[in-house]
Design a protein around this ligand. Structure first.
Ligand code: BYC
Length: 474
């Protein structure tokens, strides 16, 4: 169970390590300062029907109640230790899992933990203004739930930095509160976390596509031979699932509403669809193309010696590593990657060890394709002849083998000029964004009411009705 009488709720017996406790208690006000500045705008007096972790056991960790958001009890929760756990891959395979950081991997592990940690406050910063244009009280509550949990994920990484990386770790923890999403001088580390999330369609796309990168990266880190990192990530994954749910159902509801309006009014022309105050399917496709492609970049280069080293040294595994049936060392195996040669995209086998970023990206793409097929079903069921598609892997990429090339949506290799001409056929144009913004000028917060451009969800939160007062504004 988690002890909520402590200043920092935790299940790691923080009170036993006075130095660590003091260091984290010192970081806590800085974190609160960051939350007041960069957390959800205007939310400080709201009471929100939130779920809070009460235990890390799989069957009973959540408790729902009203919480004043700045009083949310952020804390440190790790999954219980398995005394028999081993390093399951790489050159240390078969050794007992490490309870302390191996000296030779200190800086690499710190870097991975910092990169993971950096994404969490970044996403809160990206979403901070969305509360003022929410489509319903239900959605407002959901974004707040996502935001407090991203804040907790920052705590999860900061605990590791403080506990295992001494002074360097404390400095990194401060830097995590100093960088800002989109800041020209001190940006967040990874590309997608510096892109704006200007509207709710972007928010749902982000939580569907980018939070799912979170899932896959956390799954890979949950395989780590460094046991505290593994245990931390395992608990974070239980929270991540809700964020992806918010994204997937959010887009589903937008598509559903658009299809209803198209069908009722027998419309197909996007301009006429827009005139009815809903988002045309073509614009939804362009948002999808954008979020998919910037998220694919988050997996790093197709061929990466960093990734090979992480794996060989037992720091970061593959998706579902222990379920895979091979030698878990990959000294002989190969894996296909793609390269642009002249005006062709060519497949090439490389050592599987160096292609681990690409492999994780492929695992991700498989899951994404299933989600997009579920969205397609909504359109098909409405009898509307429109097909959503996933762009080619090389489309609009800034990292890896496709970076610097101009790949069209179907994988055609184009000149810069030819690509530019079609850019806004494929990606949201300023006019698209302006239109979506125009639908989201005010917030809808009467219990049970939903904005015109989105269908209500199938059910409420924690079996509450849709017109439940999920947020009290005071
Ligand atoms: N943008 O060998 P390479 C989440 C850099 S999301 C900018 O290809 P590597 C969440 C790279 O750092 C999950 N820079 O890459 C979701 C390296 O820099 P140096 C976040 C990039 O190291 C929603 C250079 O390029 N977690 O949790 O194999 C809401 C060459 O790198 C990018 C993690 O990412 C980029 N996109 O792989 C909230 C897990 N990509 O060394 C939360 C931890 C690469 O030249 N991170 N670079 O300075 C990692 O495992 C690895 O750092 C990466 C990159 C997979 C990201």
């Amino acid at each position: 169970m988690i002890d909520y009488t402590e200043k920092i709720p935790n299940n790691v017996d923080l009170g036993r390590d006075r130095g660590l406790q003091r260091a984290l208690e010192h970081w806590q006000p800085a974190y609160m300062g960051w939350w007041y500045d960069m957390g959800p705008n205007e939310s400080h007096n709201y009471e929100v029907y939130l779920r809070t972790a009460v235990s890390v056991e799989p069957d009973g960790w959540a408790q729902f109640d009203y919480v004043k958001m700045p009083e949310y009890r952020w804390g440190v929760f790790l999954q219980p230790r398995d005394e028999k756990r081993e390093v399951n891959f790489g050159i240390h395979k078969g050794q007992p899992a490490w309870q302390e950081v191996p000296g030779e991997y200190r800086s690499t592990l710190r870097r991975v933990i910092v990169t993971q940690g950096d994404t969490e406050p970044a996403s809160v910063e990206q979403q901070r203004l969305l509360g003022s244009s929410c489509p319903s009280m239900y959605d407002l509550r959901n974004i707040f739930q996502v935001n407090v949990e991203e804040g907790r994920h920052l705590w999860a990484m900061v605990y590791l930095l403080h506990r295992y990386f001494g002074r360097d770790g404390r400095e990194e923890a401060e830097a995590l509160l100093a960088r800002r999403s989109g800041d020209a001088d001190n940006p967040r580390i990874l590309g997608a976390f510096n892109e704006p999330t200007p509207d709710w369609l972007a928010f749902y796309m982000f939580t569907f596509f980018t939070d799912r990168d979170g899932k896959f990266q956390l799954c890979a880190l949950a395989e780590s031979g460094f046991d505290p990192l593994s245990r931390t990530c395992r608990f974070m994954l239980t929270e991540e699932a809700h964020h992806m749910f918010v994204g997937e159902t959010g887009v589903t509801r937008i598509i559903k509403r658009t299809c209803e309006v198209m069908k009722e009014n027998k419309l197909e022309d996007p301009a006429q669809v827009r005139a009815m105050g809903v988002i045309d399917l073509q614009t939804i496709q362009r948002y999808l193309n954008f979020h998919y492609s910037v998220t694919l970049d988050l997996y790093g280069s197709d061929v990466s010696s960093n990734a090979a080293n992480y794996f060989t040294n037992g720091l970061k595994g593959r998706f579902r590593e222990t379920k895979l049936e091979d030698d878990h060392v990959l000294s002989e195996a190969e894996y296909p990657v793609y390269e642009v040669i002249g005006d062709k995209i060519v497949k090439k086998n490389v050592p599987a060890l160096t292609a681990l970023n690409e492999r994780l990206r492929d695992d991700y793409i498989e899951e994404i394709a299933d989600g997009v097929a579920r969205w397609q079903r909504v359109i098909d069921e409405a009898g509307i002849p429109f097909k959503l598609m996933l762009p080619h892997k090389g489309f609009h990429r800034a990292i890896g083998n496709f970076a610097g090339h101009h790949i069209g949506i179907n994988g055609e290799v184009l000149t810069a000029e030819a690509w530019k001409k079609r850019e806004y056929e494929w990606l949201p144009s300023p006019a698209d964004e302006k239109f979506v913004q125009s639908l989201m000028t005010g917030r809808v917060v009467e219990p049970g009411k939903f904005a015109n451009w989105i269908a209500p969800p199938l059910r409420g939160i924690n079996s509450k009705p849709l017109d439940f007062e999920y947020v009290r504004f005071n």
